[in-house]
Design a protein around this ligand. Structure first.
Ligand SMILES: C[S@@+](CC[C@H](N)C(=O)[O-])C[C@H]1O[C@@H](n2cnc3c(N)ncnc32)[C@H](O)[C@@H]1O
Length: 377
């Protein structure tokens, strides 16, 4: 019997409570992630996801007793993933919250110079508190700071009352001008009065209420998989490790800019005050066909060296011609001995596809699963 009931039974276990941690654009439906791991691997197997997002694949692997390894280039996805796999101790997170809150008074002058957007989005107490977190939390290197920061990221914006902000979407940060105009038009220029310490303390207490999840050795690396996979391959060879399941969803060609879409969360992590389209490769929308093809070719080629002969490659992607054809061609090239199965996802019935979650309007026409299997040892 599939252990997905850990997840589907609301928030009754620590595993279920942490599983949904972190809103992210184009995330896997949770039950789907658990079903794939359960069907195509066994406890003790190794699983890899080179485009991990908020790490549902890796988390499902860890909960179901698989050793799982993710790679993610976007700090927001990485932080959600790394914290849900290994949250710090609750008491330490609360102590740090109190410190950050205590330091907020230092930032009174600074908030007065901030763009109108921030003043409409957050009340003064929240904005000072956010600046204190932005300047003081060492989220890359310290697990307590990472846990607190990731909880702040979850509640940074959302429906009025659900988060620290004025009315906003949750998965994606809206543009500055758009938001300001929208708040003005809807008579909402006064942000909600919130005591951020009390608000976040409640969220910490709720998240930890059932404890921490039980996870088999599982990690997510912060970086570019086309680089990180080289050292992973070396380490795996040294330790005689081979992977049984590659389970991923690569970025879709020309659809999403994962960094620009998370600009406000990236600001809290120390990024620019204004929304930015980054110049770095793989940190902006994929609009160059060669660069996109090269990334998939490189990453799946490197992954192929890590996989057992008897393994499954499960890739969820976009049905659109260029993304689908390139992905299929590349997978067939690197996994020549595997049999290929293609499952189309009918959009109109499946309301839980990645793109439809949170009522997203920038619809893709559909998704498709490419499954490659080789049952010979
Ligand atoms: C379709 S999303 C994956 C969503 C994921 N399945 C989930 O449930 O959250 C693709 C992810 O690939 C990441 N990505 C793109 N290029 C990358 C690279 N070179 N190395 C690692 N991650 C990359 C993006 O930041 C994005 O989070």
């Amino acid at each position: 019997m599939l252990k997905t009931n850990i997840i589907t039974k609301g928030f009754k276990t620590a595993e279920a409570r942490w599983a949904r941690f972190g809103p992210y654009y184009a995330m896997f439906p949770l039950e789907f992630a658990f079903e794939v791991v359960d069907k195509y691997s066994n406890p003790g197997d190794y699983i890899i996801d080179p485009f991990a997002g908020r790490c549902s694949s890796i988390y499902a692997g860890g909960v179901l007793g698989r050793n799982s390894l993710g790679i993610e280039i976007n700090p927001v996805g990485w932080l959600f993933g790394t914290v849900k796999l290994h949250p710090a101790d609750k008491e330490e997170v609360i102590d740090r919250l109190l410190e950050v809150f205590g330091n907020r008074k230092l930032y009174q002058n600074e908030i007065e110079k901030m763009p109108e957007f921030y003043r409409f989005c957050y009340c003064d107490e929240v904005l000072k508190f956010l600046l204190s977190a932005r300047y003081n939390l060492d989220w890359r290197n310290n697990d307590v700071d990472a846990t607190l920061m990731s909880i702040l990221l979850v509640y940074l914006h959302g429906k009025l009352g659900d988060g620290l902000s004025n009315q906003m979407r949750m998965t994606k940060s809206m543009g500055m001008n758009y938001s300001v105009q929208w708040w003005k038009k809807n008579n909402m220029i006064t942000p909600p009065k919130i005591n951020p310490c009390e608000f976040i303390l409640n969220k910490i207490n709720w998240r930890f209420d059932k404890g921490k999840p039980q996870i088999t050795e599982s990690y997510v690396i912060f970086g570019d998989s086309s680089i990180e996979l080289n050292s992973i391959t070396e380490k795996a060879q040294l330790n005689c490790i081979k992977f049984s399941l590659l389970f991923t969803s690569p970025p879709y060609f020309s659809i999403t800019d994962y960094h620009a879409d998370q600009w406000l969360r990236l600001w809290l992590l120390g990024g620019d005050e204004n929304p930015q389209t980054l110049e770095d490769k793989y940190k902006r929308r994929f609009s160059n066909k060669l660069e996109y093809y090269y990334l998939l070719d490189n990453v799946f080629g490197l992954c192929a060296k890590l996989m057992k002969r008897k393994s499954t490659i499960y890739v969820r992607t976009d049905k659109r011609e260029f993304t689908f054809n390139s992905t299929l061609e590349i997978l067939k090239k690197h996994f020549k001995k595997h049999a290929v199965q293609i499952i189309e996802k009918p959009l109109k019935i499946d309301t839980k596809t990645q793109t439809k979650l949170y009522g997203d309007k920038s619809m893709k026409p559909g998704e498709v699963d490419i499954i490659l299997t080789n049952s010979k040892k």
